[in-house]
Design a protein around this ligand. Structure first.
Ligand code: SF4
Ligand code: SF4
Length: 289
């Protein structure tokens, strides 16, 4: 039996990716099982999904703690979520990154593969500029890097994708062609811990979201063009993390440390004066060099 664990953020398509992988395995004549795990947060929050694939019926119904393959849909998760926990010796870490595998920091020596699924998704027009949908490109890469399913089966499973099936099939083929395999850059756990952002003190349940440093989650950050701002304060009202405050004149100001880059403020801003841009810290930060 092969066990796969997906790590993504709400809105990136990690759960759909697990369902498509299971369906692709079924099309290849295997017995699959897939199921997600959601945390307490919403859009932008870490999401985990699991897939088991075997040549015979699977009776096991537990979550996957010792995966053979870990798929990471966004590099920021490498610094905030222990994605390699339990990864089997000889297992594979597949990361959505434009970097070669040798530049991906990993806390254990592990086979690593990378594919620029974000670039592929953007080129194929999948998702929005603020949230490219990378799952089908990642599945194509997974098919090539593991051989557990065929590219034809992945492309066949995409009939279940609700939008742009042709573009998603092309993205899967792009991911299949572009994946690179190697070894991650082993960075001992102690050094990672030294660089980890400090955790808030006290019980998590008693900590208001405004005190949490969720900026380590983000790959995008909002930029407000104040010259077009009408001071309607919709962004301030809708921000789920209390990451926007108002200056004495009523103009919104982003509290950078607490903004997780979910893009809700940009979506809700009536005159569309908020633009989500790539966060420089996320590009060069944790998990990549
Ligand atoms: S400021 Fe905008 S992008 Fe940042 S957390 Fe709030 S709603 Fe999300
Ligand atoms: S929602 Fe847009 S227009 Fe309204 S206060 Fe925020 S930035 Fe300004």
């Amino acid at each position: 039996m092969l066990e796969v664990r997906f790590h993504g953020r709400g809105g990136q398509g990690a759960v759909l990716a697990s369902e498509l992988l299971a369906h692709a395995a079924f099309l290849d004549g295997k017995w699959p099982q897939s199921f997600p795990f959601f945390g307490v947060e919403r859009r932008g929050a870490p999401v985990t999904a699991y897939v088991r694939i075997d040549d015979r019926p699977i009776a096991l119904r537990t979550s996957i703690t010792v995966p053979d393959v870990v798929v990471v849909l966004e590099t920021g998760l490498l610094r905030t979520v222990p994605v390699t926990d339990g990864l089997r010796e000889g297992g594979l870490l597949l990361v959505n990154s434009a970097l070669p595998p040798e530049l991906i920091e990993v806390p254990i020596p592990v086979r690593t593969a990378t594919v620029d699924a974000t670039g592929i998704a953007r080129a194929r027009g999948l998702g929005s500029p603020t949230m490219p949908i990378v799952n089908t490109a990642m599945l194509g890469a997974l098919a090539r890097a593991t051989g557990v399913v065929s590219l034809d089966a992945v492309r066949g499973s995409i009939v279940h994708v609700p939008a742009k099936p042709r573009e998603n099939r092309e993205a899967a083929a792009d991911g299949f062609a572009a994946v690179r395999s190697g070894e991650g850059r082993h960075l001992p756990v102690a050094r990672r811990a030294e660089r980890a952002p400090p955790l808030p003190e006290g019980p998590i349940a008693a900590v208001p979201s405004s005190t949490l440093v969720t900026s380590s989650w983000r790959t995008l950050r909002p930029v407000i063009r104040l010259e077009k701002c009408t001071r309607c304060n919709f962004c301030w009202k809708y921000c789920p993390d209390d990451a926007i405050e108002l200056d004495p004149s009523g103009f919104p100001v982003i509290r950078e440390a607490h903004c997780k880059g979910c893009g809700i403020c940009a979506a809700e801003c009536p005159p569309k004066t908020i633009e989500m841009v790539l966060d420089a810290g996320a590009r060069g930060g944790w998990g990549v060099r």
